[in-house]
Design a protein around this ligand. Structure first.
Ligand SMILES: [Zn+2]
Ligand SMILES: [Zn+2]
Length: 219
């Protein structure tokens, strides 16, 4: 779906009536002309309000059919076939323009996520916490990938993971629990604990927190 859309964004479609680039839009659910679908979820449409086809269409339709309406020039993705589509307002289709920037951003996010997931394979031998955090903190990543990432925390044993993971709210309670367990393991291995009052990391055997000066013996 995303890759198909990205391919469409590479396609250049140009209006033969006004020479302007056509705009990629979501197709309306039904082909008004014959009741069939367009066979495509996306259409390239000339949304230029000064396009001669659109400007002259109002008079044409008024004269021919006695109705209010005009035509927008249109092509289907992957095709050079020419269509004209009747519209009854100037705003028709302007609400269904495909947001290309959002799609590109979504794709970049997806690519980064895939790279991080691939990097999990070697993160322990490379002592690389980065992809582990990237996958864990990404709420859109698959739960099995995130749970796999949790298991890498203790072997990597990098205390830098505490702060970002504590600051993240995991919507999945099981995942949250697994993260908490891993963090406790890492703290214990590094002879550290979190001050219950100010959350700073302190020595496990400290009796007084060096950050907030409160008593922390036995907590
Ligand atoms: Zn045009
Ligand atoms: Zn403290």
């Amino acid at each position: 779906m995303l890759s198909m859309l990205l391919r469409y964004t590479q396609e250049k479609h140009c209006c033969p009536h006004c020479s302007q680039d056509l705009t990629l839009c979501h197709a309306p659910p039904i082909h008004v002309g014959d009741g069939l679908g367009w066979g495509s979820e996306y259409l390239f449409i000339c949304l230029n309000d000064t396009c001669p086809m659109f400007v002259n269409g109002w008079d044409y339709i008024a004269n021919q059919y006695g109705r209010v309406g005009s035509y927008r020039y249109m092509e289907l993705p992957n095709s050079k076939e020419q269509f004209s589509m009747m519209v009854v307002t100037k705003e028709a289709f302007t609400g269904s323009i495909v947001d290309l920037e959002a799609i590109k951003k979504q794709n970049e996010r997806y690519q980064r996520q895939q790279e991080a997931i691939a990097a999990l394979d070697t993160c322990i031998e490379r002592n690389n916490l980065e992809p582990v955090l990237a996958v864990l903190l990404d709420d859109s990543a698959r739960i099995d990938e995130r749970r796999r990432a949790v298991t890498m925390l203790a072997p990597i044993n990098d205390i830098c993971c505490v702060e970002p993971l504590r600051n993240h709210v995991f919507k999945d309670p099981h995942l949250q629990q697994e993260v908490n367990l891993a963090l406790n393991q890492i703290l214990a291995r590094n002879f550290l604990k979190e001050c219950p009052y100010c959350s700073e990391l302190i020595k496990a055997r400290a009796a007084v927190c060096k950050h907030c000066q409160r008593e922390v013996a036995g907590v």
